[in-house]
Ligand binder design. Structure first.
Ligand code: SAM
Length: 293
């Protein structure tokens, strides 16, 4: 565990997966990318807060932990055109998509590649100017314990920057957790429907990173995402929070359909459509820490 401030957040159980307690869920890049616009915005907001990298007179070296389908990894090349950027991820499905769509020489003469890695055990294999992670560390137990070793792998003046969802007590996740704990689904999903949430509050990230000697900045934003179509919140979580349940029920389509129908009914009440679409508020937590030279 990572400390007392973590415990209050981690006491909430949801149905999401846990790379340590259970096998990792199967990801579906196509489903995930259906909401790419809303999912990319926090990454762009974080990118805007990353200071100049120390790589003067040489291409920057950048790591993206939990890179997913690689579309946000590729955005790093817009800001650092000649950089060598490596995306690391646990999911073969996500890595295959990233490789297919984004690997190779970038428009600015840089290089983008992707490698398998479990963030829970990843240590920098060379010196980086930037280590970044977007919407991935919530899947990684004890990730704050890795900050020191990740900072060790940064050049002086380099930056560690990440964003994690901070919405684990919102109706979308609370209802999913409650449904998993009903006798019917508890019996069917067992512990595969359980997960301790592994995020800290922004102030705790700030303190930890400042304690490690960084110029640290942390903040939170709640995005009022306006989603279109029928059952858009269900469609959203099918790409992320529902992955462990969908993975566990993958060999039983009837059970999967029944679970989705029950969850859909709960979500319809919690997120009724309005005149302009369905508002799906989404809190996100950010931290940007510059290693002091
Ligand atoms: C919600 S997606 C985010 C993808 C991408 N960073 C983005 O912003 O679009 C979470 C990603 O974290 C990856 N992931 C989860 N646990 C991981 C771990 N322990 N090590 C590496 N990647 C992990 C998943 O495979 C998935 O691709």
């Amino acid at each position: 565990m990572v400390g007392p401030e973590h415990a209050s957040v981690s006491a909430f159980r949801s149905c999401e997966g846990d790379s340590t307690m259970h096998s990792a869920p199967t990801w579906d890049p196509e489903q995930y990318l259906r909401h790419a616009g809303h999912r990319t915005r926090p990454f762009l907001d974080m990118l805007a807060r990353i200071p100049t990298l120390p790589a003067a007179g040489r291409p920057a070296r950048i790591a993206d932990i939990g890179c997913g389908p690689g579309n946000v990894t590729a955005l790093l090349a817009d800001r650092w055109p000649d950089a060598h950027i490596t995306g690391f991820d646990l999911s073969p499905e996500m890595l295959a998509q990233a490789e297919k769509e984004h690997a190779g020489t970038t428009a600015g003469g840089g290089w983008l590649d992707f490698r398998p890695a479990d963030a829970a055990h990843w240590t920098p294999d060379e010196t980086y100017d930037l280590i970044v992670s977007n919407a991935a560390l919530q899947w990684v137990p004890n990730h704050p314990e890795s900050f020191a070793v990740w900072l060790d792998g940064l050049a002086p003046g380099g930056t560690l920057a990440f964003q994690v969802p901070g919405n684990f007590t919102s109706p979308s996740h609370a209802l999913l957790g409650e449904l998993c704990e009903t006798p019917q689904w508890r019996a069917r999903l067992g512990d595969h429907g359980r997960r301790y949430v592994h995020i800290l509050e922004p102030a705790d990230y700030l303190t930890r990173l400042a304690d490690l000697g960084c110029d640290a900045d942390a903040w939170e934003t709640t995005y009022l995402q306006l989603l279109g179509g029928e059952d858009p919140v269900l469609d959203w979580v099918k790409g992320t929070a529902l992955r462990p349940v969908l993975t566990e029920l993958a060999d039983d389509p009837a059970a999967q359909e029944e679970f989705l129908a029950q969850y859909r009914d709960l979500l319809r009440k919690a997120y009724p459509p309005g005149p302009h679409g369905t508002v799906f508020p989404f809190r996100r937590i950010f931290a940007v820490a510059r290693k002091v030279s």
